[in-house]
Structure formats: structure tokens, C-alpha cells
Design a protein around this ligand. Structure first.
Ligand SMILES: *Cc1c(COP(=O)(O)O)cnc(C)c1O
Length: 391
């Protein structure tokens, strides 16, 4: 059977690097060498210097390229390194149309770094296609989106945005961190660059910081390869190996966590203290139909809104199972407070404009038994409401 006929679940395990061709080792060897002996003055071997390429990193680059359906993948020292390097395709005077509920770190690069180099931007509600098209100028080179977005889980129609972008000669960048290629493959929907914080679901164990980029066009791949080597924000080999190991269990982890996320989202709907639940797997979610059409699952992240910061404080104090931390996509469930964590770098008025309410919590579902989480949440809410009565 040809590899391209295999399902993605199988491809995670059975690829070119299933075993090492030299030794038969069933784990990709970690090649620490920074430099490589060359056969002669006139002849170069396949490797030269590890900033440019390295066999362990190459294995990861090939794996992610195949999974996303791209021609080439690149691994970086963090998700932000991947995102920032891909923005370096732009030059002074260029313009970016970007989703208004973009990841806080990307917001920071756009508003506090790229602006200093004369790269301009317009934030738009990416779910509103008319607004997207209106924001495009003659200088626009990139349309940048995340779907489902962070932390409000807004769903953008990738194919529709990519079509508008293409019509105006712009590239479409999609941050696919929340979905991974297991659930959503933006290149197949017309996107040009797919970006990942592999720190999250792909790594999956809260033990490595890494970023990935995948493109489908050879010419674009060459430009990114140049920037990858020029900037040098590469991934170290130990970390590349950890990400390769994470990939092997990605499908099974996401399946379990997504099922649990749906059960937890449904249980939150029943809790009076919860004013709103944001999860694209709920039929009541405004982007449900679009998400169903472009992704094969709703993923393992949901958000919910309580009355205010005091209600959040009480809930966080009483809840016992999840880790209370930044980040997401791990084997353990992680509860985050966007207002001070992922979106802490956004001024309060910008947060308010984007609906990142002081009562909003984001929950990344891990591999615990969902019934234990539901019980834990229930007891934490019960304690919170007793406190209300005492007040
Ligand atoms: C975490 C995250 C990033 C940044 O990745 P790092 O690995 O932390 O640099 C980018 N986009 C999204 C959606 C993220 O969740």
C-alpha cells in the first residue's frame, strides 16, 4: 500500500522514518553534530552545518510536511519563532490583514515589532468575509487567521478567506495549533502557509517548546528555507526528537480529549454560574456548520464565561484537577485565565473590544476521565455559590 493511501492515524507511525535505514532502530537517531566532514574540496556530503539542516530535524520536517499535505516543513525553536520567521517574507511597506482575536504573542509581534520595520496591519473580524475583503489594500501581502480562534473559539471559513486572498494576490497564513493536521489541513483548503506551536498538542506533554511551518509551494519553500537558515531560529535535536515522539500518539490523544471536551462543554451548559460556553462541537455554536465542513473534529479546547473576575478567582481556588497555567494541548488538563495569561500582553481596552471578558476561562482538556473533571467543576462551583450566599 502506498503511503498516500494510508489514513492519517496510520501515517503518524508509518512514514519514511519508521526505522533507521542504517541500523534498523525504530526511533529516529538524535544527531548532535553541528558540523559534518566533507569528502573532498569539490564534493559535499548531504549535510554541511546543522543550522542549515540536520538529520533529526529533517525527519520531523518531513513528517509534518506529509501530515499537512505540504511540499516542505520547517521546525523552529518555538511557535513564535515559526510565525515571526514566516512574517519575514514581508518587506517595508507591506501590509497584513489579521484576525482580531489572534494569539497574544502574534499580536505582540505585529503591533510592537513588525510596525518598527514599516510592515503595517489591519485587524478584522475574520469570520466576516465582507470585512476581510474591504481591509485588503494594494500593499496587502498576507491574510493571517486562526480557526477556531483563541480564546473565543470563533470559526473562520478557511477556503473562503483563501479564495479572497488569492483573488488579491495575497498569501494566506493559518495558525493550526488548536486543530493539528489530525483534525484540519488548511493547505488542502487553499492556505499557503500553515503554522504551529508544536509546544501544544503536537508535543502534547508540556515538556518542550517548538514551532513548525509547512508550505505547499516549492518557490515559497525556498524562500522560507532561506529565512530559516538566515535567522537561525531552529529547533534543537533533542526537542525535535520529543516532537517526533509526540506525533506518534497525537491521534489517540486528540480523540480522547475531544470526546471529553464535548462532555465537559455539555455539562457546563447546565451550570447556572456559567454565562456562556464556547466550543465548536456544540450545535449552538455560531461556527458549528463551517467547522464541521472544514475539520474532522471540534478539538480539545473550550472556553466559558463566569460573571466576573471574583467568580473566576473563587472557581480557580476550589477546582482541584486541572493545572492552572498558560499553555494548552497537554496530557494533563490546563485551566487558563486569558485576561492575565495568553492575552496579558494586550491592553485592557483591546481585550474588551475583542470580547476577552474578565470572567472568561479557557480549558484545555487532557486525558483524565471526563467524569472526574465534571465532578471537580461541580464541587468548585458549589463552593463558589456558598460563598456568594455568605457575602
Ligand atoms: C502557544 C501558541 C503560539 C505560540 O507558540 P510558542 O510555542 O509558545 O512560541 C502561537 N499560536 C497559538 C494559537 C498558540 O496557542
Amino acid at each position: 500500500m502506498k503511503n498516500d493511501q494510508l489514513s492519517l492515524q496510520t501515517k503518524l507511525l508509518h512514514n519514511k522514518h519508521k526505522f533507521d535505514s542504517l541500523t534498523g532502530a525504530v526511533s529516529v537517531p538524535i544527531q548532535h553534530a553541528s558540523t559534518y566532514h566533507q569528502p573532498s574540496v569539490d564534493e559535499f556530503g548531504p549535510y554541511e552545518y546543522s543550522r542549515g539542516s540536520n538529520p533529526t530535524r529533517d525527519a520531523l520536517d518531513e513528517a509534518i510536511a506529509e501530515l499537512e499535505g505540504g511540499c516542505r516543513g520547517f521546525s523552529f525553536g518555538s511557535g513564535m519563532a515559526a510565525i515571526s520567521t514566516c512574517f519575514m517574507l514581508l518587506s517595508k511597506g507591506d501590509h497584513v490583514v489579521i484576525t482580531d482575536d489572534v494569539y497574544g504573542g502574534t499580536y505582540r509581534v505585529i503591533t510592537q515589532v513588525l510596525n518598527r520595520y514599516g510592515i503595517e496591519h489591519t485587524f478584522v473580524d475574520m469570520t466576516n468575509l465582507t470585512e476581510v475583503e474591504k481591509a485588503i489594500r494594494p500593499e496587502t501581502k498576507v491574510v493571517y487567521l486562526e480557526t477556531p480562534s483563541n480564546p473565543l473559539m470563533k470559526v473562520t471559513d478557511i477556503a473562503a478567506v483563501a479564495k479572497i486572498a488569492k483573488k488579491h494576490g495575497c498569501l494566506t497564513y493559518v495558525d493550526n495549533t488548536f486543530m493539528t493536521p489530525v483534525l484540519q489541513r488548511p493547505l488542502e483548503l487553499g492556505a499557503d502557509v500553515v503554522l504551529h506551536s508544536a509546544t501544544k498538542f503536537i508535543g502534547g506533554h508540556s515538556d518542550v517548546v517548538a514551532g513548525l511551518a509547512v508550505v505547499k509551494d516549492e518557490a515559497l519553500a525556498k524562500e522560507i528555507a532561506f529565512l530559516h537558515n538566515a535567522f537561525g531560529a531552529i529547533l534543537g535535536v533533542q526537542d525535535a526528537w520529543l516532537i517526533l515522539r509526540g506525533l506518534k500518539t497525537l491521534h489517540v490523544r486528540l480523540k480522547q480529549s475531544s470526546e471529553a471536551a464535548l462532555a465537559i462543554a455539555q455539562s457546563l451548559l447546565e451550570i447556572p454560574a456559567v454565562e456562556e460556553v464556547y466550543y465548536p462541537g456544540l450545535p449552538s455554536h455560531s461556527g458549528y456548520a463551517i467547522h464541521q465542513a472544514q475539520a474532522s473534529g471540534a478539538g480539545a479546547v473550550l472556553s466559558f464565561r463566569l460573571k466576573d473576575r471574583d467568580a473566576v478567582r473563587s472557581f480557580v481556588e476550589h477546582v482541584q484537577i486541572p493545572v492552572f497555567a498558560v499553555s494548552l494541548g497537554a496530557v494533563e488538563s490546563i485551566l487558563s485565565y486569558p485576561a492575565t495569561m495568553s492575552h496579558g500582553s494586550m491592553p485592557p481596552e483591546e481585550r474588551a473590544k475583542r470580547g476577552i471578558h474578565d470572567g472568561l476561562l479557557r480549558f484545555s482538556v487532557g486525558l483524565e476521565d471526563p467524569q472526574d473533571i465534571i465532578q471537580d467543576f461541580t464541587q468548585a462551583f458549589a463552593k463558589g455559590s456558598t460563598l456568594d450566599k455568605v457575602k
